[in-house]
Write a protein that binds this ligand. Sequence first.
Ligand code: NAI
Length: 332
Amino acid sequence: MTYRVTLVEGDGIGPEVTGATARILEAAGAPIEWERMPGGQSAFEQGLEPMPAVTLESIKRNRVGLKGPLGTPKGGGFRSANVALRQELQLYTGWRPVASLPGVKSRYSGVDLVVLRENTQGLYAGIEHEITPGTIVSLKLSSRDAGLRIARWAFEHAMAKGRRKITVCHKRSVLPKADGAFVEAFETIGAEYPFITQESATLDDVAMGLAQDPSQFDVILLQNLYGDIISDLCAGLVGGLGVVPGANVGDRIAVFEAVHGTAPDIAGQGVANPLAVLLSGCLMMEYMGEHRIANRVRDAICTVLEAGKHVTRDLGGTAGSEEFTNAVIEEL
Ligand code: NAI
């Protein structure tokens, strides 16, 4: 059986890192036929919307996509291509597993946690007005239904993956209604899962706690903006943005992507680390039930990282993207 998967190469380092991922998955025997679709700044430059309808249709049809990072055209009043993708397809869960990797030096070892970010609401709802010249209002959207559905996803995920604790994160003291609704939805759903330890903590406490001792966390559930920031903080715990994978998941539809952006400072130089998108590709294989292929690729990655000879600059090595990619393929 061959799976058809939508591929959005993206902007900046996107084509380099998605290209590397496609090569490695092919070498691992992944039965994928890519359907290449436009998105981001490059789509805009071809006269399309930053998140074109044809791309959304392709993902809807295939039910699964892999994407590189997308830039959003500046100054045109455009909704971010990523926000549009997540809202249009209701990919309401940002799933970001954060784990230490062998051979990757970082402040902590043995980090193994999951950040779950509500992807469709919060301050990213895009409701912003200039009410009088120079005075802007940005509204934070927080519906009970959105809180309930991601809480359900979080508990089902914890049960399926053997995770023992979920921490819901909030700023309820300053946003009692918006953040209060999110925490209450979590508690409502949580009542059905007494076997999972449940706690709520302020965003400040979670940020400090992660810096001091990440092992105290298992699954962290956050609203959109908080999740965006805490994801990058967590990437910093395990070696940086070059190594953390992710996915945007809705009901029976998912788009896999790294946490990082287009990295304009290194785009086109052949030095970007493909690992974050590659590990997103492994999550995608697992999502499709292809655990054997995902594990093969992960084993090859671990061997290359442990040997330390062909690792990219962000991890302290000297290899370019292609050298790393070839090393993983060789190992496969
Ligand atoms: P960024 O993640 O692109 O870069 C931050 C730093 O991390 C840079 O120094 C970059 O070189 C480094 N970095 C990122 N990925 C790397 C990789 N794979 N290998 C080695 N180094 C890597 O964040 P920034 O600069 O804030 O955003 C740049 C653009 O990306 C913006 O237009 C932003 O809107 C967009 N963006 C898109 C995202 C997406 O499509 N999911 C997510 C985040 C940002």
